[in-house]
Design a binder for this molecule. Structure first.
Ligand code: AGP
Length: 621
């Protein structure tokens, strides 16, 4: 949920740290701070409430010299968002400074023990407890920083990605992780560390993904080639590990806005290309075939599965709901879709022949990670759908499928969602074809139509201007209802979430038929109703639902299939999508809902890419 950055090497650290924080600001932006050891050996901390820009303004006239530093952008967990609780945090003596992404669950017990030793605390954070514990351990046990970090972390229960400076050792930066991500970048005589690769990619493509309970020591007298003098990795129990260098697939251009006003709009418009990328090498229209390596290598697990459990959060959970319809229709395997946060605590029945599909754009969502661990302990097979190569979730899964849509910077997920739906649909088709539970004709028809989807999305995007125009008339609304049936019920929920999270307008997604069981009492001219009504199995039923709304003076925005005349006559506004296979309609019907939410939020002046209270990756429970 927070973003951490560190640097040690030949260049001035501050510019690298600040630019890195901007790249990670999507992870949290309640407050930000830096700690630097200057050439005189002084350890200086500068921090400010609010976004990174506030920190830059505050630090502009400060001593920001030094070739070693750490920086942090926060999403508050313990302690409200203010300067005192902002990271980095000093130790009691102000000899150490720490930044932390995660939660120390037993911080209260640790804090009480430290207070008995005379330690005092300035903040309400769990992080300050950790840096005091490290200092106490160093002094009490007469050990170096690395050892003190190892011993302190052995006492910690919870999740952490930390970096620690010691002003008495200005050539050393110590970091560690468990449950929160940490990547080290290997430059020429310089090292970087960050929560993900985005702050690192412009300096080097050589990275090391730090594993859980590993401690990494970066020394500035490192050498060009990776040698133990430069980067040392051990476990918290001081077992030496051999660093495994990987090459980054990320490019800098993928990180820029490319002329769009917001990352979210860029990512909405990227979808024709990102879905093409996502299907490349997998959907082979000429050979009428889908090849998913994660399925091919584990065919029996899927074919013998008595049940598939899908676990995810937020938008990824909506993709999982769509997968339930497709897998049950084509593969005829019972599917349960679980909120990860509920699944991990409700003592679920999990069997060895269950297949668990974990869906996560970031690959770092704490609840989904925990749900996977629970399922692994019960012997289930874990298949993950993730967008970040090397993230925690794919690393603990038995197999999986990367969506390959590039970094999704906008907090509101768009291109990752459509890629998740494509990946899950491909999986459902592979299982169905292999099991013989779907006709070859149906399989071929859908495979061919999948190849048409990017162009059809392009056509829907062509209505962006029209959607922007009529979005202006809805900024007054305090509430929206989104309705859909079948494959488009989850799309209604996804459309509602998009609107909620970026425009702060309350919205609910409902199965259209559920209207009569309560929500219809809400219908009025003040509450717009969005109805997803493409030509498919339940079209006539949805039309009846629209008529019930209009009979009560409700205002309807309908997403319809091109050429629809019936709904277009009764709805107040219509957005057309090209005709497609029913199971693929979500890939088209979600696009107008993404654009509608975006434009309403922009007109309302909301911070579309970094909505209040949110973060891109929820790495805490
Ligand atoms: C989606 O727009 C939200 N930002 C949020 O619901 C997100 O989908 C959820 O936090 C899950 O994230 P993940 O896919 O990275 O696990």
């Amino acid at each position: 949920m927070c973003g951490i950055v560190g640097y040690i090497g030949k260049r001035k650290a501050y510019p690298i740290l600040i630019k890195g924080l901007h790249r990670l600001e999507y992870r949290g932006y309640d407050s930000a701070g830096v700690a630097l050891i200057n050439p005189a050996g002084q350890l200086n901390i500068y921090k400010a409430k609010g976004k990174v820009a506030e920190l830059e303004a505050y630090a502009a006239d400060k001593d920001i010299e030094g070739c070693i530093g750490i920086a942090h952008t926060r999403w508050a967990t313990h302690g409200e968002p203010n300067t005192v609780n902002a990271h980095p945090h000093y130790s009691e003596s102000e000899r150490l400074a720490i930044i932390h992404n995660g939660i120390i669950e037993n911080y209260a017990v640790l804090k009480a023990g430290l207070m008995e030793q005379g330690y005092t605390f300035k903040s309400d954070t769990d992080t300050e407890v950790l840096v005091q514990l490290i200092e106490y351990t160093q002094v009490d046990r007469h050990v170096d920083l690395k050892t003190a970090v190892q011993l302190a972390l052995q006492q910690v229960i919870g999740a952490y990605a930390i970096a620690v400076l010691d002003k008495d050792n200005p050539d050393t930066l110590v970091a560690a992780r468990k449950g929160s991500p940490l990547v080290v970048g290997i430059g020429d005589d310089e090292y970087f560390l960050a929560s993900d690769a985005t702050p690192i990619v412009e300096y080097t493509d050589k990275v090391i993904y730090i594993e859980d309970e590993e401690v990494v020591v970066l020394k500035s007298e490192g050498v060009k080639e990776l040698k133990s003098e430069g980067v040392e990795i051990t476990t918290i129990n001081n077992v030496t590990k051999t660093p495994e260098i990987k090459r980054l697939e990320l490019s800098l251009s993928q990180l820029e806005k490319g002329g769009y006003p917001h990352f979210m709009l860029k990512e909405i418009f990227e979808q024709p290309r990102t879905l093409t990328d996502s299907m490349r090498g997998r959907v082979n229209v000429r050979q009428d075939n889908i090849a998913l390596s994660g399925f091919i290598d584990n065919k029996d697990r899927f074919l013998n599965a008595k049940r598939i459990i899908i676990t995810a959060c937020g938008t990824s959970w909506h993709a999982g709901l769509i997968a339930m319809y497709a897998i049950e229709e084509f593969a005829q395997i019972p599917v349960e879709v679980e909120y990860s946060s509920e699944f991990r605590y409700r003592k679920p029945v999990i069997n060895k022949d269950d297949v668990v599909i974990a869906i996560s754009q970031s690959g770092e969502t704490a609840d989904t990670l925990a749900a996977i661990q629970l399922a692994k302990e019960k012997g289930a097979f874990i298949f993950s759908i993730c967008n970040v190569v090397g993230a925690s979730i794919p690393r603990v899964s038995d197999s999986g499928c990367y969506t390959h849509v590039g970094p999704e910077i906008g907090v509101a997920s768009t291109k990752a969602f459509t890629a998740q739906v494509v990946a899950l649909t491909m999986l459902a088709l592979c299982i169905g074809k292999e099991k013989g539970t779907m006709s070859k004709e149906q399989y071929l028809r859908i495979v061919r139509e999948l190849g048409q989807i990017p162009d059809k999305i392009e056509r829907v995007l062509g209505q962006n201007k029209r959607i922007a125009d009529f979005a202006k008339t809805f900024t007054y609304a305090q509430n929206f209802i989104y309705l859909g049936r079948g494959y488009n019920f989850p799309v209604a929920m996804e459309g509602a979430l998009k609107l909620k999270e970026i425009s702060y307008i309350h919205a609910e997604g409902y199965p259209a038929a559920e209207m009569k069981h309560g929500p219809i009492a809400l219908i009025s001219q003040e509450m717009p109703v969005v109805v997803v009504a493409p030509h498919c199995g339940t079209y006539e039923k949805v039309v009846s639902n629209i008529q019930e709304i209009k009979a009560r003076k409700g205002r309807v925005i309908a997403v319809v299939t091109e050429g629809d005349e019936l709904v277009s006559r009764i709805a107040d506004y219509t957005i057309e999508i090209p005709a497609t296979e029913e199971c693929l309609t979500p890939l088209l019907t979600v696009i107008p809902l993404q654009l509608l939410a975006y434009h309403i939020a922009v007109v309302k002046g909301c911070d579309v890419d970094q909505p209040r209270n949110l973060a891109k990756s929820v790495t805490v429970e």
